[in-house]
Structure formats: C-alpha cells, structure tokens
Ligand binder design. Structure first.
Ligand code: MF3
Ligand code: CO
Ligand code: CO
Length: 238
C-alpha cells in the first residue's frame, strides 16, 4: 500500500496540472487510464458497483462521484479529482480539490483550504494504537466549523485494504472518545467533504454524481493513512 500510495500520489499530482480551462473531464480520465496502465496498477473504480470510469471528477456543486464528461473546465471551476487504484491487490484511495486556471481567493479559498486543513486535522488526531474514529471525526468537524463550511453527513471515510470500502466508517463529524478503536496497522481513508452552504445532498440523474442540494460549491480531500504504534503515516503523499 505504501508503494501503491506513492504511485497514486504521483498520478494525481500530474493530473492536477492537466486540469486547465478548455480541457474536458473525459480527457483527464483518459490520461489517468494511461498512467494507471503504464504504472501496472489496477483501476479499482472501473466497474465498481457499475461505476463507468477509472476516476471520479466532480465540478462545482458536484461534491463527489462525478462521472468524467465532455463539458470543458472553465476558469474558476472547483474541480475534485478522486482516484482509487490497487498495487499487488492492495487498494489506495486519494482525492484533492483545485480551482481551474487560477489561484483560489475569497470563499473558494476558504472552502478549499478549510477542507484540506480539516483532513490534516483528522490525520493529526490519529495518535496510534487505540485512537477512536470519533477522535478523527471530531477533529475534522471542528476545522470545517471554524471555516463555516457545510459538513457532508451522509458520506464517510472508510477502512481500506484488499477492498476499497472496509470497516470502519470514518465520519466527518462526531464526538472524541467514541466509536471503534483503531489498532496499529489499520489503514483508513480520511476524507472530508464540505460545501459553502448546506450539508444536504442529492444524487444526480446519472445515478452517481453527489451534488449539493442548495447548489453551493463543494470540496473534497482524501488520503489513505496507516495507523502506526504512536501516530499515523500518510501513504498517498508524493
Ligand atoms: N473514491 C471514492 C471514495 O473515496 C469511491 C468512489 S466509488 C465510485 O470512497 F463508484 F463512485 F467511483
Ligand atoms: Co476516494
Ligand atoms: Co475513499
């Protein structure tokens, strides 16, 4: 998972540079498929519960699980890339948010930075063996609240290993000291999803894309993390 995580991080870092105004999500997905194949990784998302592509690309009020389409990115679009691959049968999963063609400012900056900081706070709440999922959840929620963001409640982080979604659920809100206890060696995905508005979501007509019900902009960051004896190791860093 450590090896696969580094490979995944490099692919996401490359794809991030390729997201530019005028480029289509479908082109990014084709590019991703090429990198996955070159690296000898398995495309976990393709065919997962019938999902039709190798990557999820969600734009603006689409929060997660967007199917890469043919509508070109525009300057200022809030773009989420979420990629899941396997290396020698072990799955790693990571996501990031970027603004197409410009540096984030104002509310978009608050959204993107707040959501990333919330992920980092969640990871920093992992103090090794015995950490409880509520510790992570509470740390994530606190930072999202500080940035006045809507905390998506109906979607969660998760354990990850030989399958993409394993026990336990890792919610993005909760109470420290509650929930399952993590053993050293556990691998989990910490992945806050947030909006500039309300937390309520809808599923789009395509049956996949999760959109903010109030149409507000959304962000998503995700790392695959190993629980160590005394802390945490991020497996999906470049
Ligand atoms: N990568 C997503 C996650 O973080 C899962 C996407 S499943 C899909 O859990 F089917 F929508 F691709
Ligand atoms: Co993911
Ligand atoms: Co995930």
């Amino acid at each position: 998972m450590r090896t696969g995580g580094q490979m995944l991080a490099q692919i996401l870092d490359q794809l991030k540079k390729e997201v530019q105004p005028g480029v289509t999500p479908k082109q990014i997905a084709k590019s991703a498929a090429g990198y996955i194949q070159e690296a000898g990784l398995q495309a976990v998302l393709l065919g997962y519960e019938g999902y039709p592509d190798v990557i999820c690309i969600s734009v603006n009020d689409e929060i997660v699980h967007g199917i890469p389409g043919k509508e070109p990115f525009k300057t200022g679009d809030v773009v989420k890339l979420d990629l899941t691959v396997a290396h020698k049968g072990y799955v790693v999963d990571s996501a990031l948010t970027l603004i197409a063609g410009e540096e984030p400012t104002g509310d978009k900056k608050r959204l993107v930075e707040g959501t990333k900081l919330a992920m980092e706070a969640g990871i920093n709440a992992i103090k090794g063996e015995g950490t409880r999922v509520g510790d992570i959840a509470a740390a994530v929620e606190k930072v999202l609240n500080q940035h006045k963001l809507g905390v998506i409640r109906d979607l969660v982080g998760h354990g990850v290993g030989q399958n993409i979604h394993e026990e336990p659920n890792v919610p993005n809100y909760g109470v420290a000291g509650t929930g399952s206890v993590l053993p050293a060696g556990a691998t989990i995905c910490v992945e806050p999803m947030a909006t500039l508005g309300d937390w309520r979501i809808n599923v789009a007509k395509d049956g996949w894309t999760i959109v903010a019900r109030d149409g507000s902009l959304g962000a998503h960051f995700e790392h695959t993390v190993l629980v160590t004896d005394n802390g945490a190791e991020i497996l999906t860093l470049v």
